[in-house]
Design a protein around this ligand. Structure first.
Ligand code: SAM
Ligand code: SF4
Length: 327
């Protein structure tokens, strides 16, 4: 089958699969404040369907898969999907992004099912503030989840922190202190606008500003990045922990983007900020062959825009909310 090369020459090797649009937290920057309409069970892809789509995409050159959501761990029997995706020949990295609320009891099971890497979202190290941001009282469970992930021996455990001016930007140095001797990577992410997610420019702190804050206390040493990586990575001189900055808004990385997204209801999204989608679910349920499905996927890849519009234009743009796309 053809490689996943778009009309700007970008080859796609990284697939993010959302397995549910439901979540057990209500993060202010992700979940719209007006209640969203959850997809019905029969609208969501079954594991069989996910594996079929993923295996075609792997044949077309995908080598890294990330499972996301909503909160992926609220989907029943997720470990069996992990095992099936891990066994696809050609998958070198199988990662998951999770809020870790349900991770403490499951980290070892996921590791033995074939998950290689975990990104855990944590936006505050303060219990009361965690509750304000997530609108749930689950801080202790998340911290236990992080400890379980570290004990389980994954190839990589990273923390994701969305930095919002006036909410948690005063904790940047606390986060660096938290990871510095644990061998963990902290990724500071710029706040992105999605429908009804309370974004405004004054609440977005740029990576450049975050770096200045970290450099007040630590010496940052640049590390070489992975191809297509969205983060700028730094070692912390004298420590095992590392720090990364994801500048999706102030300095976008569209030119080297290698990602495709499959939503929980089976839409292939070629770009986080490009609303048109291709429903692979409808094609599959209409009886399409694997060859034809490969051609349909390539058609969606060919429609991928060269770059997303600047942040001011993203506000108010028609799009799914982040909880429905999966990051
Ligand atoms: N529920 C899981 C979690 O929170 O890790 C996975 C899904 S969540 C949508 C995936 C990632 O998107 C998380 O790291 C989250 O912090 C990030 N995210 C959500 N909304 C965002 C926004 N408006 N700007 C930047 N990152 C965002
Ligand atoms: Fe749920 Fe993750 Fe969105 Fe928070 S960031 S509401 S945990 S999907």
């Amino acid at each position: 089958m053809s490689r996943l090369v778009d009309k700007f020459g970008r080859e796609h090797t990284y697939l993010r699969i959302s397995v549910t649009d439901r979540c057990n937290l209500r993060c202010l920057y992700c979940m719209p404040s007006e209640s969203i309409v959850w997809k019905k069970r029969d609208e969501i892809l079954q594991f069989e369907e996910i594996v079929r789509i993923a295996s075609i995409l792997v044949e077309m050159g995908i080598s890294k898969i990330r499972i996301t959501g909503g909160e992926p761990m609220v989907r029943r029997d997720l470990e069996s999907l992990v095992a099936r995706l891990a066994s696809l020949p050609g998958v070198k990295t199988l990662a998951m992004t999770t809020n870790a609320v349900l991770l403490a009891d499951k980290a070892a099971v996921f590791k033995s099912s074939g998950l290689t890497a975990l990104n855990i979202s944590l936006d505050s190290l303060q219990k009361a503030r965690f509750q304000e941001i997530t609108q749930r009282d689950d801080f202790d469970k998340v911290m236990a989840g992080i400890e379980a992930a570290l004990a389980a021996g994954f190839e990589s455990v990273k923390l994701n922190c969305v930095v919002m001016a006036g909410y948690n930007d005063d904790e940047i140095l606390d986060f660096v202190e938290f990871v510095k001797d644990r061998g963990v990577n902290i990724r500071f992410i710029e706040y992105m606008p999605f429908p009804d997610n309370q974004w405004h420019k004054g609440r977005m702190l740029s990576s450049a500003e975050m770096i200045k804050t970290v450099e007040k206390r630590f010496r940052l040493v640049p590390l070489p990045g992975e191809t297509g990586a969205v983060a700028r990575d730094f070692a912390l001189a004298g420590h095992s922990g590392t720090v990364s900055f994801i500048s999706s808004m102030s300095d976008s990385f569209c030119g080297t983007c290698n990602r495709l997204r499959l939503t929980a209801d089976g839409a292939l999204k070629s770009c986080l900020f490009y609303a048109p989608e291709m429903s692979l679910r409808d094609a599959i349920r209409g009886g399409i062959s694997d060859d034809e499905l490969g051609k349909l996927i390539l058609e969606a890849v060919m429609q991928k825009p060269e770059a997303h519009p600047p942040m001011e234009e993203l506000v108010g743009m028609a799009n799914r909310s982040m909880v429905e796309i999966g990051g």
